[in-house]
Design a protein around this ligand. Sequence first.
Ligand SMILES: Cc1cc2nc3c(=O)[nH]c(=O)nc-3n(C[C@H](O)[C@H](O)[C@H](O)COP(=O)(O)OP(=O)(O)OC[C@H]3O[C@@H](n4cnc5c(N)ncnc54)[C@H](O)[C@@H]3O)c2cc1C
Length: 468
Amino acid sequence: MTTKKWGKDDFWGLGAEWDPQWLLTPAQKKLQAKLIELCRTTLRENAVESDKKLIFPRKNFEALASLGLLGLIVPKKWGGLGESHTCAAMVAETIARYGCASTAMCYTMHLGAVAAAMFRSHDNKYIQSIMKRLDKDVFIGTLSYSDPETGSHFWYPVSSRAEKVAKGWRVTKKASWTTSGGFADWYVIQTTSPDFAGNYADLTCWIVTKDEVKAESATWDGMGLRGNQSGALLVDNVTVGNDRMVGPKGDGAASNDECVDPFFLLCSSACWNGISLGMIDIAKRHTTAKKHVDVGMRVADYPTIQDYAGEAIIDTNACRALDFQMAKAMDDVTNNCDWSIHKDLKALPRAQFLSWMWQVKFAAAKNVAHVSDKMLHACGGTGYKPALGIERYLRDGKAGWVMGPTNEVLRQFVGKAALLGFESLDYWNQAVNERVLNNEVKKLSADAKRKLAKQLLAEADGAKAAAE
Ligand SMILES: Cc1cc2nc3c(=O)[nH]c(=O)nc-3n(C[C@H](O)[C@H](O)[C@H](O)COP(=O)(O)OP(=O)(O)OC[C@H]3O[C@@H](n4cnc5c(N)ncnc54)[C@H](O)[C@@H]3O)c2cc1C
């Protein structure tokens, strides 16, 4: 077991014996060591400034680009590192733990956008040109999905549309939240498909650039992840060329299941785990240094504090184990994230794991809230002050539960799918719940039933006439 270093010294937090290093290749371990050093020299200090002044962490992205990390999952022939899902999880976790949680979240959204683009890159020269610029030009991407009308149901973009025009497509998108909004250079957005006829499962993805979006970055404020600048965004009737459509028309749902969701859930969970570990590290340093002269003990000598640390490590490593297990599962079915398998448009190997990815995110986001509470308790009043760093991580970690898919939605998805079958989830509100319907109708009086029947017949006739 190699010793974890912090500059010339040994690392002051948990040692490598508490990390699942056996999952990483020698090249990934080297990359991790370089990234920890970059966090020490650059990212960690910038995190304080980002949090205080709501600064987008562009400087940290420049530092990440120096290690080739913006193109982490881009093939080597296009200038990327050609790395795997396991490596993506390790990088997001490492940035959050040793560096800056806001940067880790912006990086997660960047990787999600890269994944959505790489998924349909094989015959799209525009996408290929973006993928080749990522590190050279620090060309930051992001995902803009959430709609103001549907909240955390980010797969339901009611305030969006797209239509065919002579020069390509005219696209409108209203997004209520977009990490890196106004600061990213390119955006993967999702709208209803051109020729939309009322079926919200019919979705299409696009790439738009910084000059084509209107971002309200000045209005961004949040409890934590304050550098992530997740403000509202508008793409206002913008005409884009044919090559801006990502994949075929109507590919949005496949893109969600195969790339956007798996990468977001994998890497955002790694962020929550990184934040949990970052707090355990700080708590170790603090509680082993702070002494109570009256009893001659350090805070870490109290069994209560040891129990806090033990439980936090066990729970966090269970979350990490699940995240890395799913990363490995996705590596196995994609030949280590080989994007060429998607020349076959029907190849959707990651999608089979979606319900497992829901579990990964739920567990990591639930855990970070618990761990942040306990590490604050372990550090006492000193932890309550910003200087120790626990307080910022605690606020950053709170985003885990509320970010879509929220933990309320995820436990519902899992429980409902397990009890009633996956088809019962009805993402796009299309299936009629006969039980509820019959039960409500049963309560109506005869007159009310006649009134309802009349109204329904009129609506059915109107719909028929409109279709003819
Ligand atoms: C820091 C941060 C960064 C973000 N970055 C991005 C980004 O880059 N791109 C992007 O597209 N979005 C992003 N989001 C948006 C995020 O994914 C959600 O869309 C957003 O947090 C929803 O907020 P809301 O107030 O509309 O919540 P609401 O949807 O109004 O939720 C309110 C409550 O209702 C619950 N709820 C909602 N639906 C159900 C249901 N079906 N069953 C049970 N309970 C339900 C929720 O869990 C929650 O408790 C970000 C959010 C945060 C906090």
